[in-house]
Write a protein that binds this ligand. Structure first.
Ligand SMILES: Nc1ncnc2c1ncn2[C@@H]1O[C@H](COP(=O)(O)OP(=O)(O)O)[C@@H](O)[C@H]1O
Ligand SMILES: [Mg+2]
Length: 466
């Protein structure tokens, strides 16, 4: 017997409930809900295994569907035909356009059993397995949205910064971010690190700028929900939050490449920026379920997406997990999706201790990126001893198991100049020691150089080669 949570609008609700409750149907309506919060509460309480929702009910969005799936409840949406495509991007197991199709889809599950239904993953990209054979008015949500090519003539695009994505017109020469016909998915680099301002934003901004200078299309995303600062660092206006706007589009199944391009202006040739939250208390506007979509779409429009994150990290989901939004959900989402996690620590005793603890925290939180790079920033003999490189490498090897940390020297004059002018290190201090170290790291991420065995040798080599 499948327990069904029902939240439908309109007169058909009674008819659907009657048919699902009919003797021998194999289903039972366990709760007729008035709104989405009631459905979520019932799901978390373990009352049902399947929710059927009217797509036009307020609050039916990707985070809600993800929340249901995290609670082990599959979801079927009933949508107007013109909403079918949008709703298919919300991550539901199925989307149907009529009550007959709805009842058929639910009853079909009793025949096949739950084994073939959408398994909750709680943190996926919404790629639910299809759950019923194709039928009239039914769409199986298979995550097709992320693989769709952008509309050649985006009608939702705003602003003048947009390239002209699409097949009809070739990308302009100065617009490496314009969407070509075929491109391999871009990489996602998440820049994270412990509290204490070790230089996460400086590293993230520099990496994006250097990657653009290396000819890669780079998208810099400010997803720091504690102290976002990319706008100030680059001297941009911060009167609105583009990342929140993008997350809203994603929550409602409306984020595609042209829309993303329209919201991230180009600040340098080859480098776009998605500005961050204007206030930390808006963190709820960046739900993981929406950001998961952002990373996918970002891979479509940029060779490399660099994400600047705050220091917070949620504990791994455990038995005491609540189903509400988690404070550091943005970081969890980015770190979980990243191809490379850059962990930035500060090269003095307090910073090093925090860095070692942060590395342990990452492991405990279950973050296991394909590649991890540890950066020791702001290294200086006055705070780390007469042989600072050796001291930090030894400490990291001993306490953090890290043998290949990248060293970025303390370079106050250069970083101050960059901050003061709202420009990048490459622009204001191209031969500064900090810039050269970050340029080298960008080359490594771009696959243009081999990782250095020990950072100090690399720095010497770099200095000689300039
Ligand atoms: N290599 C460096 N040398 C000197 N100062 C630096 C360096 N990297 C960053 N800073 C400075 O440290 C401060 C904090 O950097 P920021 O990138 O905003 O940290 P976070 O994002 O970790 O909070 C800024 O004033 C920045 O200019
Ligand atoms: Mg920062």
């Amino acid at each position: 017997m499948i327990g069904v949570l029902v939240a439908l609008t309109g007169p058909e609700e009674t008819d659907v409930v009657r048919r699902l409750d009919a003797p021998g149907s194999g289903t039972r309506v366990v709760r007729r809900c008035a709104d989405v919060p009631e459905v979520l509460a019932a799901a978390v309480a373990g009352l049902g295994e399947l929710a059927v929702l009217a797509a036009d009910l307020p609050g039916v969005d990707r985070p809600a569907v993800t929340g249901l799936r995290a609670a082990g409840v599959d979801c079927i949406l009933v949508a107007a035909p013109e909403e079918l495509e949008r709703c298919a991007a919300l991550g539901a197991t199925e989307v149907v356009t009529s009550t007959d199709a709805l009842v058929a889809a639910v009853l079909d599950r009793t025949v096949r059993g739950r084994g073939s239904g959408g398994a909750p993953d709680g943190h996926g990209t919404g790629d639910a397995p299809s759950a019923a054979p194709p039928g009239g008015g039914t769409v199986h949500a298979t995550g097709a949205r992320a693989r769709e090519r952008p509309d050649p003539e985006p009608d939702g695009a705003v602003g003048t910064e947009v390239g002209t994505p699409g097949r009809a017109s070739p990308p302009p020469v100065d617009s490496p971010l314009a969407v070509p016909d075929v491109r391999p998915p871009g990489r996602l680099v998440a820049v994270w690190g412990p509290p204490g301002a070790p230089g996460r934003t400086t590293v993230a901004v520099s990496l994006a700028a250097e990657l653009a200078l290396l000819g890669r299309s780079a998208l810099l995303v400010d997803a720091d929900t504690e102290a976002p600062s990319v706008t100030q660092t680059l001297g941009l206006l911060d009167d609105s939050s583009a990342v929140a706007a993008v997350a809203r589009h994603a929550s409602h199944g409306r984020l595609d490449a042209p829309t993303l391009l329209s919201l991230c202006p180009r600040v340098e040739p080859g480098m776009r920026v998605l500005t961050g939250l204007t206030r930390a208390d808006r963190w709820r506007e960046l739900p993981a379920a929406a950001l998961d979509v952002l990373w996918e779409v970002a891979r479509e429009i940029a060779d490399v997406t660099v994400v600047d994150l705050g220091p917070g990290l949620d504990e791994a989901a455990g038995a005491d997990q609540t189903y509400g939004p988690r404070r550091h959900q943005a970081a969890t989402s980015a770190l979980g999706a990243a191809d490379v996690v850059v962990v930035v620590g500060s090269g003095e005793p307090v910073g090093m201790r925090r860095l070692v603890m942060a590395l342990g925290q990452l492991t405990e939180a279950g973050v296991q990126p394909p590649e991890r790079v540890v950066v020791v920033n702001r290294l200086r003999a006055s705070a780390a001893g007469p042989a600072p490189d050796e001291a930090v490498q030894e400490a990291l090897a001993r306490f953090g198991g890290v043998t290949d940390a990248v060293i970025v020297p303390d370079d106050r004059p250069a970083t101050d100049r960059a901050l003061l002018q709202g420009r990048t290190l490459a622009e204001v201090a191209p031969s500064s020691a900090a810039r050269l170290a970050l340029e080298q790291l960008a080359r490594r991420l771009a696959g243009e150089s081999r990782p250095r065995p020990r950072a100090r040798f690399g720095l010497l080599r770099m200095a000689r080669s300039r």
